[in-house]
Design a protein around this ligand. Structure first.
Ligand code: ATP
Ligand code: MG
Ligand code: FE
Length: 335
């Protein structure tokens, strides 16, 4: 079974070929046009997808030595994501599937972030918990099966990646700021400054309060000393990061205790964060968790994870019809 998968939900245009459940390649074209705006500009994202999609798909097919006529299905990210960005991938996939007269597979991007764990060993077994942390989402998910997932808790406002990026912007770092905070934090003291935590019921999160707290904190210090940020950059980054990661892990710990599940995975762009990885490993040793962290290239947006999800959907003959529309706010559908 050979499937071509396309990802175009945000600012990465990506294509991947999967054969009998093995991801053969994962071609990603990152859009740099957004940097100077300090965030993803939807209209520019759509245009860049349009430019990149044919070369990216051609490269994935030729690297895998696959002809279009050898494909058994075409998969695309159906949602959640930016409508104009999703439209490029979905229109392309639909044209290709209809021209080749092969099935079309619509994939949920958040489900795919989790299924990235099945691309390479070691693979978790069911059920496991997955903390999905990205630019648009923060969720604790109970994964019962490949396509059967329940959200146990999630953010009620900003996603944690969004908090990283917005705080980085306040500090004056370029977009996307998450990796920059991570970098400077390595040389800083995580306990230098303390920022308040927003208490949330159950397994939910809230990350918009800390952004305002950091803003006031910096404004306050700046009035007294205009070099405050420059002189304390490492400590500020380490303290902000420590607050965000500690909050993430507290609820994850609670979820593990409530469900009695000790296989714990992380997914999404923020799972690249080195403090999260470190703290998770420490906590895991203490609580006897088995920890799963995907390879870096499968943490951020990529078509390899879409291909992996498409493989499982193909096995269940879960196909879309040719009228399938993108779903910018797509939810998990438990099957
Ligand atoms: P979604 O998957 O929810 O639709 P997205 O696709 O934009 O959102 P990803 O590409 O999975 O999200 O992740 C991007 C986010 O990950 C950005 O917010 C970025 O700052 C953050 N990120 C990446 N690396 C790191 C890091 N080392 N530390 C902290 N944050 C990071
Ligand atoms: Mg992205
Ligand atoms: Fe993503």
């Amino acid at each position: 079974i050979t499937i071509l998968a396309i990802e175009s939900s945000c600012d990465e245009t990506s294509a991947s070929v999967i054969q009998n459940g093995k991801v053969l390649n994962n071609i990603v074209a990152t859009q740099s046009v957004h940097e100077k705006y300090g965030g993803v500009v939807p209209e520019l994202a759509s245009r860049a997808h349009q430019q990149h999609i044919i070369p990216v798909v051609d490269q994935a097919l030729s690297l895998a030595n696959i002809k279009k006529k050898d494909l058994n299905a075409v998969a695309f990210t159906q949602g959640p994501g930016l409508l104009g960005a999703l439209l490029v991938g979905s229109s392309f996939a639909k044209s290709m599937a209809s021209a080749l007269k092969i099935p079309l597979i619509g994939v949920n991007h958040m489900q795919a972030h989790i299924l990235a764990h099945f691309i390479e060993d070691p693979k978790p077994s069911f059920p496991f918990l997955c903390l999905t942390v990205s630019g648009g989402h923060t969720q604790i998910v109970k994964v019962n099966d490949y396509l059967d997932m329940e959200i146990l808790g999630e953010t009620k406002d900003d996603a944690v990646g969004e908090a990283f990026d917005k705080i980085a912007k306040i500090i004056g770092l370029p977009y996307p700021g998450g990796p920059m905070i991570d970098k400077y934090a390595k040389e800083g003291n995580p306990e230098a400054f303390s920022f308040p935590e927003t208490e949330m019921p159950g397994l939910n999160y809230s990350f918009s309060g800390i952004k305002t707290a950091v803003l006031y904190f910096l404004q306050n210090h700046h009035q007294k000393d205009e070099n405050f940020v420059k002189d304390n950059l490492n400590d500020i980054c380490a303290s902000v990061q420590h607050r965000l990661i500690t909050t993430l892990l507290q609820k994850l710990k609670k979820a593990a205790k409530q469900t009695g599940i000790n296989q714990i995975a992380i997914a999404g762009g923020v799972s690249a964060n080195s403090h999260l990885r470190e703290q998770l490993n420490t906590l895991g040793q203490k609580l006897n968790w088995e920890i799963f962290i995907p390879k870096f290239e499968y943490c951020t947006d990529n078509a390899g994870m879409i291909a992996m999800a498409a493989h499982f959907k193909y096995l269940k003959e879960d196909f879309e019809n040719i009228n399938a529309a993108p779903k910018p706010r797509m939810k998990f559908t438990a099957e």
